[in-house]
Design a protein around this ligand. Structure first.
Ligand SMILES: Cc1cc2nc3c(=O)[nH]c(=O)nc-3n(C[C@H](O)[C@H](O)[C@H](O)COP(=O)(O)O)c2cc1C
Length: 352
């Protein structure tokens, strides 16, 4: 069955970056509704897109026009970083477990049921390119739209914690200067084998980085994007360590699982046998992760907001996160194949 695909997964990241999204329909009229508050900023709704699909201002502004109100610019770095060779994104069959998932061409007829896997390696354009482009995006966004810029460090071999924190802070300062309303530090990426992929597992390093970014961006809202914590005690330690420095936590990033072809070969190549699984298959675990984080925040009296991400493609999914205490709900992959999702959710739920 043919579903809308605004990102051409058979092509390279650069091809999609240059071309922008392709929509097969005109945007649906998006109800305006009352303004809401998100991290102290005025926003038309608390529905948006997480770091990933919005490769540049072309993507970001096209999706803003289709009704998404919180727009995250895909993770950028302080130096140019090419993308891994394609494939970078495949549809997968998911058995609901936590073992391997298998690539498939058979896409569910109902797009809300899609699970997929990504492996890009956090590419970044050169700073001059993305700084100008972020400026362009902010200048063109209407009132009531919030621009988050996701940043990450690029540690050199043997980098100390201080070096990683300084590079994070430099990247965040540049993003803030270019016009980001909110900075999101990406502390988790299942597809990079170097240090920046799993920072969130190290509470002290996360604190050092968060503290350096806070000093660099002063009072601008700061989110930390984290992955799944198997051990609730580690999640508690992480939250305690960043409390008072960050404004909130975005959870979760993709879930790391083997992504294979039916012949057992890794889809993204041997070094990336495990990659980031996203969409329907991670929804329940993502809501559970946010629920746990919320319980810890309340029990310990921490001051951290929670932004929900993971397998949101219909009303029930968004409600799961709002009911669990999310202050906003972001979608990673579903806007690729359901580009009017925010407009549809807002028409049925003006309160979101
Ligand atoms: C094409 C694509 C690229 C992504 N790249 C990033 C990234 O650069 N930084 C990041 O923090 N997350 C990235 N993600 C992860 C998403 O932000 C999100 O956490 C994940 O897709 C789970 O949400 P979903 O189940 O709604 O897709 C990417 C996701 C997609 C679909």
């Amino acid at each position: 069955m043919q579903i809308t695909q605004t990102y051409d997964i058979t092509q390279s990241y650069q091809f999609n970056y240059d071309r922008g999204p392709v929509f097969t329909t005109q945007p649906k009229a998006s109800p305006l509704g009352p303004m809401k508050s998100f991290l102290g900023l005025e926003v038309r709704s608390r529905l948006g897109i997480s770091a990933g699909l919005l490769l540049n201002s072309k993507w970001l502004l096209a999706y803003a026009q289709r009704g998404f109100d919180i727009l995250t610019y895909k993770t950028v770095r302080t130096s140019y970083r090419p993308c891994y060779d394609p494939p970078n994104w495949v549809f997968v069959e998911d058995d609901g477990g936590d073992g391997p998932v298998y690539a498939t061409d058979r896409i569910p007829e109902n797009p809300t049921q899609i699970t997929s896997a990504v492996c890009f390696g956090m590419p970044s354009m050169a700073p001059q390119t993305w700084r100008e482009d972020v400026q362009r995006a902010r200048a063109a966004l209407a009132p009531g739209k919030v621009l988050i810029v996701s940043v990450v460090a690029t540690p050199f071999d043997g980098a100390a914690a201080r070096d990683v924190a300084d590079d994070f802070a430099r990247c965040a300062a540049w993003a803030a200067e270019a016009g980001a309303d909110v900075i999101e530090a990406n502390l988790s990426c299942p597809n990079v084998c170097s240090q920046e992929g799993s920072v969130y597992m190290d509470a002290q390093l996360s604190r050092t980085i968060t503290s350096a970014i806070r000093a660099a961006i002063e009072k601008k809202p700061l989110l930390l994007k984290i992955g799944h914590f198997a051990d609730p005690a580690k999640l508690r330690t992480f939250l305690r360590f960043v409390n008072g420095l960050a404004d909130g936590v975005t959870l979760v990033n993709a879930v790391s699982r083997p992504v294979l072809r039916r012949n057992g070969r890794p889809v993204f190549g041997e070094p990336f046998a495990k990659a980031g699984v996203i969409g329907r298959g991670i929804h329940n675990a993502s809501v559970e992760g946010l629920r746990r984080a919320g319980e810890i925040i309340r029990a310990e009296g921490l001051k951290l907001a929670l932004v929900g991400v993971g397998g949101v493609s219909c009303d029930e999914d968004a409600r799961d996160f709002f009911d669990t205490g999310a202050c906003a709900v972001l979608m990673g992959s579903s806007p690729m194949y359901i580009p009017d999702l925010a407009a549809e959710l807002k028409s049925r739920h003006p309160e979101w």
